[in-house]
Design a protein around this ligand. Structure first.
Ligand code: NOJ
Length: 525
């Protein structure tokens, strides 16, 4: 599954922002890469205050990206290239520009027009304090007060009011939205903030308790992962099941013990597993994540998913070039930037690609992973657009650095991304990473990915089997059907297992030793 962050993929109509025409023009590239499907980040009408995750109309494509007719044509064209299309759906909140929120604003406190959102009087003598201590994911309070004194909830930015999923009209509208896109040929949905939606409407304080994933046992939380969410998912699944072969994948940041609930046979087909995003570069940590996640999905007969990067996290080629103890988000702004060993990060990212593509289930690639793009951590602060930058009062740099437009050609004003100035500047080093440069270089990351995807299709997708094996200290190794996967995460060369070397992340691989930070797939039967 290839994730297309549409704003930064390819700009076909010259507005500086990627669009449907751009995606369509690059379908050949995606076919040659060998992907089965694309997941497109939100393309709906939006004021774009959170990169399109602030939707003002779920049934219209934003004019920046094209039109609804073009979206339908794109889906057909992708299908002709053998590629399925997954849309991003954002049910937790809308944009403040959505007609429902505009109606709510025009109404008075207590008016039913406000019931589609989560409005509440404040605490304290004159209601001047927010109804609860809930914090926004982007920093600051999750409540904003209107001039008429009423407060509304926004778990993300103030421009993204949370919907009230107890309201029958909200439920009915989303069921129609699903059908709207399914009828236009969409193959499925990536559901944003799938563990949100349902809130405890008695609004208990959290006491600052926001940790969800790292706790030993699951904790009860007033706005995350509440049981009521499953009833909603089941109604969506029933709709999908009325069509042929459609799917839903959940963005659910929930405790490991709770994740299987989302994957029951009448709920999601898949849920992202973000554990590899958090993994430190050592064999023990990777092995633990791989075997635990695999066992958990096998136990409930669900497909595993593997994610190294996406549009919300620091690109892994940069993460792997930093000392293990680095708090990567803080490092973006605070450094020390001389700690970054970019070449080491790149070498490890090649190996990581071979890990992700060798595992059973679905491997999710984020656009640019296949080019080895680094995080652009040094974007000047005056170009930053992620709301995190402002909401954190300039204490966190946000996610722009992983969203810089792709380089397609080594020259030209936006390196082949489009005819005009791109919405975020591309760094000079992107020129040599351009897709056309890499397509002509047999040692490139792009060709490594192409070969690995082709080999995966040939040897790996027919089996779900995975067995961890011991090939020495700090060496990650497992058997997948007839293939042994070995990743040397130690600092000394290790012997390559006997067999037929199918691919190595080291383009100069010769002989019987595997260098540090290198992965290889060996045909052993
Ligand atoms: C998760 C998305 O991946 C992220 O980009 C977005 O900001 C939030 N959900 C809010 O919709």
């Amino acid at each position: 599954m290839y994730q297309v962050y549409i704003r930064s993929f390819a700009d076909g109509n010259g507005g500086g922002v990627g669009d449907i025409a751009g995606m369509k023009s690059r379908l050949g590239y995606l076919r040659d890469l060998g992907v089965d499907a694309v997941w497109i980040n939100p393309w709906y009408e939006s004021p774009m205050l959170d990169g399109g995750y602030d939707v003002s109309n779920f049934r219209e494509i934003d004019p920046l990206f094209g039109s609804t007719a073009e979206a339908t044509e794109f889906i057909e064209a992708a299908h002709e290239h053998g590629i399925r299309v997954i849309a991003d759906l954002v049910p937790n909140h809308t944009s403040a520009q959505h007609v429902w929120f505009q109606e709510a604003l025009a109404a008075k406190p207590g008016d039913p027009a406000r019931d589609r959102y989560v409005f509440h009087p404040g605490k304290g003598a004159d209601g001047a304090e927010p109804p609860s201590d809930w914090e926004s994911v982007f920093g600051g309070p999750a409540w904003t007060r209107l001039s008429d004194g009423d407060w509304y909830l926004h778990i993300f930015d103030g421009s993204q009011p949370d919907l009230n999923w107890e309201h029958p009209e909200v439920r009915a509208d989303f069921e129609e939205i699903l059908r709207f896109w399914l009828d236009r040929g969409i193959d499925g949905f990536r559901i944003d903030v799938a563990h949100g939606l349902v809130k405890d409407l008695t609004f208990p304080d959290t006491g600052g308790r926001t940790e969800l994933l790292g706790t030993k046992h699951p904790v009860d939380h007033p706005f995350w992962d509440r049981d009521g969410v499953h009833e909603i998912i089941r109604t969506w699944r029933a709709i999908l099941d009325q069509y042929d072969d459609r799917m839903m994948v959940a963005e659910a940041w929930v405790h490991r013990e709770r994740l299987p609930l989302y994957l029951r046979p009448d709920e999601y087909h898949q849920s992202f597993n973000f554990d590899l995003v958090e993994a430190k570069w050592n064999a023990e940590s990777f092995a633990e994540i791989i075997s635990t996640s695999y066992k958990a999905s096998s136990a409930i007969d669900a497909a595993s998913t593997w994610v190294l990067s996406n549009h919300d996290v620091v690109r892994h080629s940069t993460r792997y070039g930093l000392p293990a103890e680095t708090d990567v988000r803080r490092w973006l702004l605070e450094g020390p930037h001389e700690d970054l060993e970019a070449e080491l990060g790149n070498v490890r990212a090649r190996a990581a690609g071979l890990i992700s593509l060798s595992l059973p289930g679905s491997s999710y690639l984020y656009q640019g992973d296949e080019l080895g793009l680094p995080e652009v951590w040094d974007l000047p602060t005056d170009v930053l657009q992620d709301p995190v930058w402002e909401r954190s009062e300039h204490k966190a740099k946000g996610r722009d650095g992983c969203r810089v437009p792709l380089p397609w050609e080594p020259t030209g004003p936006s390196l082949g991304y489009g005819p005009g100035e791109p919405w975020l500047p591309q760094p000079a080093q992107f020129a040599q990473l351009a897709a056309s440069v890499q397509a002509a270089d047999p040692t490139s990351m792009l060709l490594l990915y192409r070969q690995a995807i082709a080999l995966r299709r040939e040897h790996l997708i027919h089996t779900e089997q995975l067995e961890m094996i011991d090939l020495g200290p700090n060496v990650l190794a497992y058997q997948r059907g007839s293939i042994t996967v070995i990743v040397n995460m130690s600092d000394k060369p290790v012997p390559v297992p006997r067999g037929n070397l199918l691919i190595s992340s080291d383009p100069g691989q010769t002989g019987s030793q595997l260098a540090p930070d290198t992965a290889a797939w060996i045909g052993t039967q």
